[in-house]
Design a protein around this ligand. Structure first.
Ligand code: ZN
Ligand code: ZN
Length: 374
């Protein structure tokens, strides 16, 4: 028997209090949310094709028959509107019922067409509403994880690590990238994950120099790097890890870049904490790589937030918003050096910012000796 959730969990009450405070600051009496991770963050409802309307007193969910039962089970306390006609009509009626005058909407997840059809539907309702575009309001709240979220992320890291250890011992020359990627996904799901947090990257040999490589039919070769970037999606949250393995001998050049990447990653982890900004964190690792002569081969940012999505705020990189790290943020630390045509090394761990620094949530061996397979 399924038991419907009749009132929001305490962690949801806190998040709703925070989102309503942010609404009040902007003088909004309504907030529209259409991005599923934002809706799940505030309601625990995990369906798609639905829109939430937050008002100072209520939380409405406009969905259709496919998600009716799921919404009742996951979040029976929501004011549920099961639409039969078009979304914009149902939405406009709900906005009128809730007597919203100033309505915030997420500019990043609302198309011009969405907005126009909503405005048209509102005119039909004779409801005069001021639509206020917002820049990532809920995404900004989601940056700092609460204890409930950190607990789930720890489990997502654990599932990914255990899966890696289960697969590591089975790696043999001749196995394909696709085969290894499939094994990792299988082992994560066997440990409670609902899937990979993104398609597993297994890059054999020279392909390891492509940071966003798509795994294919290339075989694992001896005396070459084998870069594996993977993560578990568990309980709605992502983990994200990378290890670079070597089957057989490690060339001098690869030993050299491995040492530099590891030094850069450990220095960044040692420095990361609430005293540092996102730009400064990136710089710690980048300076080490640059001084070793590989600056131009580290072409991406140091890391990114993880949570319900694999890439969340904050972005740890040298461009864009420079913001202080805050306790509760969970970010990846993943410097890399990529030598075109030769191969690359990346080492990625997930860390939780704490009041005094950071706690590394992942614990897989990253010493060069520990990453060799004979
Ligand atoms: Zn990754
Ligand atoms: Zn990452």
């Amino acid at each position: 028997m399924v038991v419907a959730v009749r009132k929001p969990a305490p962690y949801l009450v806190s998040r709703l209090t925070a989102v309503r405070a942010a609404m009040q600051q902007r003088h909004l009496d309504g907030l529209l949310l259409s991005h599923p991770p934002d809706i799940a963050y505030l309601t625990d409802f995990t369906g798609d094709d639905s829109i939430a309307l937050v008002t100072p007193r209520d939380l409405w969910l406009i969905t259709d028959f496919r998600y009716k039962e799921q919404a009742q089970v996951e979040a029976g306390w929501l004011r549920l509107v099961v639409r039969t006609g078009q979304m914009d009509r149902a939405l406009a009626r709900t906005i009128a019922r809730a007597a919203v005058r100033r309505l915030g909407f997420d500019a990043q997840h609302t198309t011009v067409a969405d907005l126009q059809s909503l405005k048209k539907a509102l005119r039909l309702q004779k409801q005069s509403v001021k639509a206020v575009p917002l820049d990532a309001m809920v995404a900004n709240l989601r940056k700092v994880k609460d204890q409930h979220e950190v607990g789930i992320i720890r489990d997502a890291v654990e599932a990914a690590q255990e899966a890696f250890l289960a697969v590591r011992g089975r790696i043999r020359p001749g196995m394909t990238e696709n085969h290894l990627a499939g094994l990792l996904t299988l082992e994560m799901r066997a440990r409670g994950a609902s899937g990979s947090s993104f398609p597993v990257i297994v890059a054999a040999g020279p392909s390891s120099s492509l940071p966003h490589y798509r795994s294919g039919e290339a075989p694992v070769r001896v005396n070459q790097p084998l870069l594996i970037d993977w993560g578990a999606l568990l309980g709605g949250y992502c983990s994200d890890l990378t290890r670079t393995l070597f089957v057989g001998r490690v060339s001098r050049r690869m030993q050299d870049i491995y040492k530099v990447v590891l030094e850069a990653q450990m220095a960044a982890i040692a420095a990361i904490g609430p005293r540092l900004t996102t730009h400064q964190a990136d710089k710690v690792a980048r300076d080490i790589i640059r001084k070793a002569g590989y600056g131009k081969y580290f072409g991406h940012g140091l890391g990114h937030g993880i949570g319900r999505e694999i890439h969340e705020l904050p972005a740890l990189r040298k461009t864009g918003a420079d913001e202080p790290l805050r306790p509760g943020m969970v970010v990846t630390v993943e410097p890399g050096i990529y030598l075109p045509g030769e191969g690359g090394v990346r080492i990625e761990d997930d860390v939780l910012i704490t009041p005094s620094g950071c706690e590394v949530l992942s614990s897989l061996d990253k010493s060069l000796a520990g990453c060799r397979i004979d």
